[in-house]
Design a protein around this ligand. Sequence first.
Ligand code: SAM
Length: 282
Amino acid sequence: MGISFTEKHADTVDFTIQADEHIYSKKSQFQKIDFYKSKEFGTFFTLDDILMTTEKDEFIYHEMISHIPMAVNPDIKTVLVIGGGDGGTVRELTRYPTIERIEMVEIDEMVVRACQKYLPQTASMLGDLRVELFFEDGIKYISGKKEMYDLILVDSTDPIGPGEGLFSKQFYKDCFVALKENGILINQHESPFYENDRMEMLRAHSKIKGIFPISKVYQFNVPTYASGNWLFGFASKKLHPIADFKRDEWEKFKIYTRYYNTDLHCASFALPTYVREMLEKA
Ligand code: SAM
């Protein structure tokens, strides 16, 4: 019998990947870290038995967290990534020669080192001269920062364990203060489909829309995440993700992307009625 990885997507719904190898399993002071090799998804890793990133579909998540804000404000120069241990988000950001500084605040150095070894394609640009790594708690790191960043990307785990505080009202308030006037925050908005994820989506949205003048949600499809229907929040002080979308300026970067494109940019904010209604009531 081969090795398999199973994650509960809901109380009575399991998601299983038949793996060829379980290549790494260690406990850091924060979480259990496992890496597997599989035919369908290539190498993938999990934290506390929740799937984080797979070789096959990581481009979807990492393109959608980074290129949407960059196409709204192509003048972004300073970026803070909170979490992002696999390096995929940083890799996408380094494709912009205009970005001058990327701070990545990842609480667990063991995740980064393991991803550099087993997922080199996502962690490939962590050595870029513009990138500075901080192995700290993002909740503490952001507190007290004032008007320092054009963009904050919260590339965290779900709101359990070390990631829980990255969904708090205080954290979102601290992000607001740390952003410059044209600043944009992209955060995990989980998913509208299964009950637990839906509760987190509503909790996050209700907090953020009480702090940011502009608070929108966009969707994309990640086959290995619960229901496949995943959401990011787009929050800002001034810039609207569609009204301020700079299609032509973004195209000039000539960045080849496999999931994001400028038609999908606007379409991703067109949400199903049941999701829109839930968010309006949040
Ligand atoms: N980018 C991946 C994806 O495609 O979804 C997953 C996100 S990344 C692996 C999540 C990271 O957030 C983990 O490495 C975890 O250690 C980190 N993290 C969780 N809580 C944190 C905190 N309070 N401060 C900084 N990093 C945190």
